[in-house]
Ligand binder design. Structure first.
Ligand SMILES: [Fe+2]
Length: 153
């Protein structure tokens, strides 16, 4: 299975979000390497980190959408919740000794790339608009530092 190549096609133009997405991509690529070695113990460690980080990232995104008045934030949040549930069921199958890593990696890769390119790009225009309007008021930077205080970076 090929690694995800990070590039401008995956950027949505909101720097803290792009950094967080890149980190999620790094986790997935780490899992790809570990899966080749069938290293279950390390896979489990990274898997837990990936889940924790993704949950925090979703909370960050949801708060950003809320602050920017993105009209479809409820639907977006629902998509996040369904994905978290899907991954959680993979994790419990893994904990029960099943060999699900390849199947999980295909799901993660496909879902993340589609989600960034479609759903996240969609809210990015609203956020960027707000960033431009509020540039002089340093609204965006104070919002980001407020959010970053509560989220891992
Ligand atoms: Fe999202």
């Amino acid at each position: 299975m090929k690694a995800i190549k990070w590039g401008v096609d995956l950027e949505i133009g909101v720097p803290p979000i792009d950094r967080q997405h890149k980190r999620i991509v790094d986790y997935i690529n780490m899992l790809l390497v570990l899966n080749n070695d069938n290293n279950r113990e390390e896979i489990y460690t990274i898997l837990q980190q990936l889940v924790d980080y993704t949950v925090s990232h979703f909370a960050f995104e949801e708060e950003l959408m809320e602050e920017c008045g993105y009209p479809f934030k409820k639907a977006h949040k629902l998509v996040h919740n369904l994905f978290v549930r899907k991954v959680a069921s993979f994790v419990s199958r893994f904990e029960n000794g099943e060999d699900i890593t390849s199947e999980l990696l295909i799901t993660l890769k496909t879902w993340l790339v589609n989600h960034i390119k479609n759903d996240d790009k969609d809210y990015s225009s609203v956020v960027k608009q707000k960033m431009n309007i509020a540039k002089k008021e340093s609204w965006f930077s104070s919002l980001i530092s407020k959010l970053l205080n509560r989220q891992p970076t």
